[in-house]
Design a protein around this ligand. Structure first.
Ligand SMILES: NC(=O)CC[C@H](N)C(=O)O
Length: 226
């Protein structure tokens, strides 16, 4: 028996199918969840995929925060269930305050779509244990609201507690403070990042790199082989 990973679809989500595919390639069972589902169908972990949930109206992630499915996700994440937020999913996680800080418009005000180099700073989270701390990976980045900000005290706290999980390398693409590409909560079960590991899991697709697969094999190991 493998573990079940819920993949949430909001109206406007784009990357749910790629995320389901990445989950399947890693050897896990993807379970589609709809934004109106309060019942998470007994999944062991949840991924909030990228896209434009509720059309990014008001602010990216601001409406999704109040969806029925997030009510249960918030409760279970606080109880330790692993949750990964990718891009728009990361925006939802900051809006729900499961992760600190906020996402603002890129400093150059353009949508950016490119391959992005990152450093994995924390390999002790539920979603990064298959990487080495300090490992450099390259995955796609595509967004307009990608500038991570938080007050100085929060940033210092994140750094001191090793909760900056990923940092941009070779140039900061959006003005994120301290080159932060992704963070984790203190317990390490909730992780959010702007770049897209689910688009880099198969040789022969895109750049052919599979640097993103480690997120999904990490959670496989945590849930199945632990
Ligand atoms: N790829 C995405 O998830 C896009 C995220 C978001 N809505 C933005 O443009 O910033």
């Amino acid at each position: 028996m493998t573990a079940r990973v819920g993949v949430i679809t909001f109206p406007g989500t784009l990357d749910d199918r790629d995320t389901q595919r990445a989950v399947r390639i890693a050897g896990l069972e993807p379970v589609p969840l709809w934004h109106r589902d309060k019942d998470l169908k007994q999944v062991d972990a949840v991924v909030l995929p990228g896209g434009f949930s509720y059309g990014d109206y008001l602010r990216a992630g601001a409406i999704s925060r109040f969806s029925p499915v997030m009510e249960t996700v918030i409760e279970q994440a606080r109880g330790g269930m692993p949750v990964l937020g990718i891009c728009n999913g990361f925006q939802v996680l900051t809006e729900t305050h499961l992760l600190p800080g906020a996402m603002l418009r890129n400093n150059h005000l353009h949508f950016i779509c490119r391959e992005q180099k990152l450093r994995v700073e924390n390999a002790d989270t539920a979603w990064t244990s298959d990487y080495e701390a300090g490992q450099e990976i390259s995955v796609p980045l595509k967004n307009i609201d990608g500038r991570y900000v938080a007050d100085e005290r929060t940033l210092d706290e994140l750094e001191a507690e090793g909760r900056v999980a990923f940092r941009y390398l070779d140039g900061n693409p959006n003005g994120s403070l301290r080159d932060i590409a992704g963070i984790t909560n203190a317990a390490g079960n909730v992780v959010g990042l702007m770049p897209h590991p689910e688009h880099a899991v198969e040789p022969g697709v895109g750049t052919g790199r599979t640097d993103g697969l480690g997120f999904f094999t990490s959670i496989l190991k945590k849930l199945v082989n632990a």
